[in-house]
Design a binder for this molecule. Sequence first.
Ligand code: GDP
Length: 297
Amino acid sequence: MFEALSGKLSGVFDGLAKRGALSEADVTEAMREVRLAMLDADVALPVVKDFVTRVRERAVGHEVLGSISPGQAVAKIVNDALIDALGGAGAVPLNLNAVAPVPILMVGLQGSGKTTTSGKIALRLATRERRKVLLASLDTQRPAAQLQLAQLAERAGVPSLPIVQGQTPVEIARRAMDAGRREGFDVVILDTAGRLSIDEALMDEVRAIRAETQPAETLLVVDAMTGQDAVNTAKAFNEAVGVTGVVMTRMDGDARGGAALSMRAITGAPIKLTGSGEKLDALEEFHPERVAGRILG
Ligand code: GDP
């Protein structure tokens, strides 16, 4: 991810670095190249426009044009703007500040990696934070979904809610929370059904489960490989049900990076975690400053 963008941006800054003193025209030309590189990386147009305007405004300030290494000064400004676009300095941790059992609601479209990510988060909380975690699938749409989560839970070494046929998602959620309270769990991860597209039935179901469980986190799982669609999905989910964080999966693929760079500005929701593989330990915190560092090489 980000390789193409990274390559193009270093081309721009290498060019600037060779020049010594910079004129306003040099900055304008560099910003034109940055704009094209970001559009090629599939960053949303309003985000690109805002980004380039902000960088340009700062770059034509005296500190850069008059500085002894203006190329570096511009790179620093771009680095700061990238960090802002990615959500600001520092990872945004999962919010588990609620009365136990803390419900975490997982939402997203089918195939986004939601069930796998539920297992990854369970494993992480159980091993790194020593929390007692219960996994529950509320997916009554796909016949095999509850079984899939049960198998994943077994691989993660985390208990899952016993499957009872014929219950509605809200009934399963209630049963999961009851079990969580009764059996002293710290966290209950509720994996909801995905759909092929966003529809009202899906949103109604998520709203009903939210009302029942009052989750501390509603995490939206999106596939980085779907680019702008991931951002549009996040916008729709956030407007319909409210999202407290995004998990972006398939960061190990060759996605161009636009989704990661557009997500915060377009949806307001922070990327909290990323998935980088099929294995259960392939889950990372999202550190905007590290990602910006990677993009700038
Ligand atoms: P769901 O329908 O949203 O619950 O999606 P699943 O969790 O069943 O995942 C669909 C497929 O994507 C599975 O084959 C997962 O192993 C795979 N997958 C999930 N997350 C990642 C990831 O971060 N990277 C890669 N390469 N594959 C992933």
